[in-house]
Design a protein around this ligand. Structure first.
Ligand SMILES: Cc1ncc(COP(=O)(O)O)c(C=O)c1O
Length: 379
């Protein structure tokens, strides 16, 4: 069976009847914009996470921008975040004309290091955006303590961590707002772009809801500046079906991760660290690998998909060069960028595939492969 990094088609085949019926219902209703399925899905997510409000939107990127707008962030505000994330976390800070201020990561979890946050706070600091990278929560307790001490807003970027918990509570429910992505490859993936913002404060919810629909409550009455970012009814119908399976799918991911751990523990790679406070959802199974680029090339030669999340830190991205005068140096992030490698992780993985992937990695580091290892520059 062909190996995939993510297998959205295989997963669809298992729930095809239910999904097709849900999609057909929307098509029959003709209610494509903010149809009933969109509202239902918001209720289901709020219930699943244990949060008061959920507002659907068009993507995880939009969720971040809308959350920042709803919390009143804007020009000249500083927002503390991780330089080791997908571009959207920082891009949206820049889009609302605020300034990203990066804080290095904890090398074990790859999430923002709370111990370094206070050193980055200035009188202009207004918010912290922790990212729950790879499906594991950032260390939220100290982050919330700092936020309370300095009256900062906290927006959780939970794009990769739907269903993950921190001290028994679901991520995205711990800060002032939580942002979710339903990009197809995510643990709860739509069949296109989709996102959501969750919050507990009714005043925040009201602003979220208005901003997502051109800043209006009533059609053609625009009270605040907004955007056009609605959760598509068809996507909501699909997600309503898939949400029922999320916990089981996340459990499978944890099982597959445990199996990878078992097979790779005694190899030269470093297996993912799971903090005792966290239930990881393994959006990615990410190892640290000596000679990472040579290993990646070897996996490609052997037909094993893999990915690097992320090869370039955000503070070194050209797009952000002009926005930061305090870009700093982030050694933990730089090291992670040169060492991390994500292996296939999805609900359709098989025992045989996991063994094949682990064996290929071990083969790469085997003594017989030493000439190959020596030829290649250390990465
Ligand atoms: C950490 C992180 N933040 C934000 C996003 C943005 O989500 P979307 O692709 O739905 O816009 C992603 C998605 O890839 C992500 O991984």
């Amino acid at each position: 069976m062909k190996l995939h990094m993510v297998d959205v088609r295989g997963q669809y085949q298992k729930i095809k009847t239910e999904i097709d019926a849900a999609v057909q219902d929307v098509i029959d209703s003709g209610d494509f914009i903010l149809g009933k399925e969109a509202g239902e899905f918001e209720c289901h997510v709020a219930g699943y996470l244990g949060v008061k409000y959920a507002v659907g939107c068009a993507s995880g990127t939009d969720a971040l921008q809308i959350a920042m707008m709803a919390l009143g962030l804007g020009e000249r505000d500083e927002v503390i975040t991780s330089p080791f994330s997908f571009v959207a976390t920082t891009e949206t800070i820049v889009l609302i004309r605020a300034k990203p201020v990066f804080v290095d990561i904890d090398p074990k979890t790859y999430n923002i290091d709370p111990e370094r946050i206070e050193g980055a706070i200035t009188p202009r600091t207004k918010a912290i955006i922790p990212v729950h990278l790879y499906g594991q929560a950032a260390d939220m307790e100290p982050i919330m303590e700092i936020a309370r001490k300095y009256s900062l807003k906290v927006i959780e970027d939970g794009a990769q961590a739907m269903g993950a918990t921190y001290k028994g509570k679901k991520v995205c429910t711990l800060g002032d707002a939580g942002c979710i992505s339903f990009y197809p490859s995510k643990n709860l993936g739509a069949f296109g772009d989709a996102g959501m913002i969750v919050a507990n404060d009714p005043a925040v919810w009201e602003r979220l809801r208005m901003i997502a629909v051109h800043g209006s409550k009533e059609k053609y009455h625009h009270e605040i500046l907004g955007v056009n970012s609605r959760l598509d009814t068809l996507q909501a119908a699909i997600l309503n079906v898939k949400l029922k399976y999320l916990d089981a799918w996340n459990s499978s991911r944890r099982e597959y991760a445990a199996r990878y751990d078992e097979l790779l523990r005694d190899s030269p790679v470093t297996i993912p660290y799971v903090a005792p406070t966290c239930q990881h959802t393994f959006h990615q199974y990410t190892i640290r690998a000596p000679k990472r680029d040579a290993l990646a090339a070897y996996l490609t030669e052997n037909g094993i998909p893999h990915a690097i999340y992320y090869p370039i830190p955000l503070h070194r991205q050209k797009a952000f060069m002009s926005v930061g005068d305090r870009m700093g140096d982030f050694p933990m992030t730089l090291r992670a960028c040169s060492e991390v490698l994500s292996l296939p992780m999805h609900t359709e993985l098989t025992e045989g595939q996991i063994v094949q992937i682990a064996d290929t990695i071990k083969e790469f580091y085997a003594p017989t492969n030493v000439p190959r290892l020596d030829e290649t520059q250390s990465s």
